[in-house]
Design a protein around this ligand. Sequence first.
Ligand code: C5P
Length: 296
Amino acid sequence: PPLDADMPPGVAPGVGELTETAYAKVNLALHVRERRADGYHALESLFVFAQDGDVLTGRIADGLSLSIEGPFAAGLEAGEGNLVMKAARAMLDHVGQGRGAALRLVKNLPVASGIGGGSADAAAALRLLDRLWDARVPQPELERIALSLGSDVPACLASTAQMVRGRGEVLERADLAGLPGTPMLLVNPGVGVSTAQVFADWDQVDRGVLNASSLDGVIADGRNDLEPAAVGIAPVIADVLADLRQCAGVRLARMSGSGATCFALFGTQAEAQAAAAALKRRRDGWWVMETRIRAA
Ligand code: C5P
């Protein structure tokens, strides 16, 4: 039998290799409540994950190494500054030195784009190395290591729908009816925005609690409070949202995280497909991914 039953289609790991998908993260709603004294912001956010993402493979080796390939590999350094390498170093610190891995990342998601690419990659590295090294790090420890790598990494570790609070470390499973399998488009207009800059430009107005008791409630009453700040930095985000809202069958179009990637939810896959085809025709240079919300 294959070593990795969860192997995504189209990826053939070699002998002794393990694979983890770094699922794209989407904030169905993101309410910013308060700027904290430590510089982070207190959030309330419904995180869901796409069934597609970056793909990380790894095998036992001497020392640690990382290579990056795929559509968004350019411009991403594979050295010690990469979050995958930081995750691997953090795991080594925890399980003891003397272990090694050769890691290979297929970068399918745009960088610095609000869908958690780097965070999802780091979380995938933690999951992969825990298995590869048979480390069996307890979940609370893994979550602590994850948070040390970034606010979104604990949620990405789970990669199932989560209501997220605090700066990102307070997780509560969100089994909302209607989420799993929902057809979804992710669209990025080819600009990267700095998360820190978007938070710094937030207007500091608390617009209230996120009630995530139903998907309809999240659609009707949810917001992404970072949208105005992100549009101020990258006005093309407003064009993405306007285009998505014009698509037939769209149930919700909103920005994810600090942008610039926006998402749209559709009632049927045919509607999502038609919308993707139309956007690709009309908007040369925009990245469009047709996917679904991953089952919890
Ligand atoms: O935690 P992470 O390194 O991913 O966060 C990147 C930046 O985003 C932080 O330096 C901070 O400026 C901002 N941020 C924030 N509040 C959060 C998460 C991130 O202000 N809850």
